[in-house]
Design a protein around this ligand. Structure first.
Ligand SMILES: Cc1cc2nc3c(=O)[nH]c(=O)nc-3n(C[C@H](O)[C@H](O)[C@H](O)COP(=O)(O)O)c2cc1C
Length: 191
């Protein structure tokens, strides 16, 4: 069955390595009839950067961040997706801050009851995909771990494509390693 796929790109570059990985992944997913929407985190208007830890989302029934800005809209739209894809360049051994500012607002998509030690989330059962790249070959375990752990904690199935030695922005398209095929096939498989 065709899937509804939402991609959040954490790269500030419109034609960089992350954009290439997303393009190939989306081509694969669309080749089998799935729909793919791409949101650039760097283009979202923020009222505040990141999560303010106000905890108001925990007092409301809706799984929705109370801050009224485009990041809240982006995060709320995760609920309509079958597959959530996060894509990022490696910045100092982690994801870009543009993407992290979106990820932290995902707090609103969980309801915790600390007394009962329970957690509820409508993300459970969805698929989570991480697409990453970096210039060198160092720190990739730290880069990917938060995404793999988030999927595990949330009860989402997880897949990833992480490209080491991808070069500077845009060079991935000229690198050996069959990355276009790998990303295309991942998109096709996930869809
Ligand atoms: C602020 C900044 C920090 C970076 N830090 C690292 C790093 O720690 N390790 C690494 O291998 N590459 C690092 N890079 C290189 C990028 O991760 C790499 O070129 C990536 O593929 C670029 O993706 P993009 O074109 O989508 O932005 C950094 C680049 C920038 C701009």
């Amino acid at each position: 069955m065709a899937k509804n796929i939402l991609v959040v790109s954490g790269s500030p570059k419109k034609d960089g390595n992350t954009a290439w990985l997303i393009k190939w992944f989306a081509q694969g997913a669309r080749s089998v009839g799935s729909s793919v929407k791409i949101i650039r985190a760097a283009g979202l208007k923020h009222k505040v950067v990141g999560c303010t830890s106000c905890r108001l989302c925990q007092k409301k029934q809706a799984f929705r961040c109370v801050i009224k800005d485009e990041v809240s809209d982006c995060v709320a739209s995760f609920l309509d997706a079958d597959v959530i894809v996060m894509a990022s360049p490696l910045y100092f051994y982690g994801a870009s801050s543009q993407l992290k500012a979106v990820v932290d607002r995902m707090f609103s998509l969980y309801k915790w009851n600390n007394e009962a030690n329970t957690m509820q989330t409508p993300l459970k059962g969805k698929t989570f995909v991480f697409l990453g790249s970096g210039y060198e070959d160092v720190g990739f375990d730290a880069f990917e771990k938060p995404f793999a752990l988030t999927a595990e904690y949330t009860g989402m199935s997880y897949a990833s494509l992480v490209v080491r030695n991808a070069g500077v922005s845009g060079q991935i398209s000229r690198r050996q390693g069959g990355f276009s095929k790998k990303a295309f096939e991942l998109g096709k498989k996930i869809a």
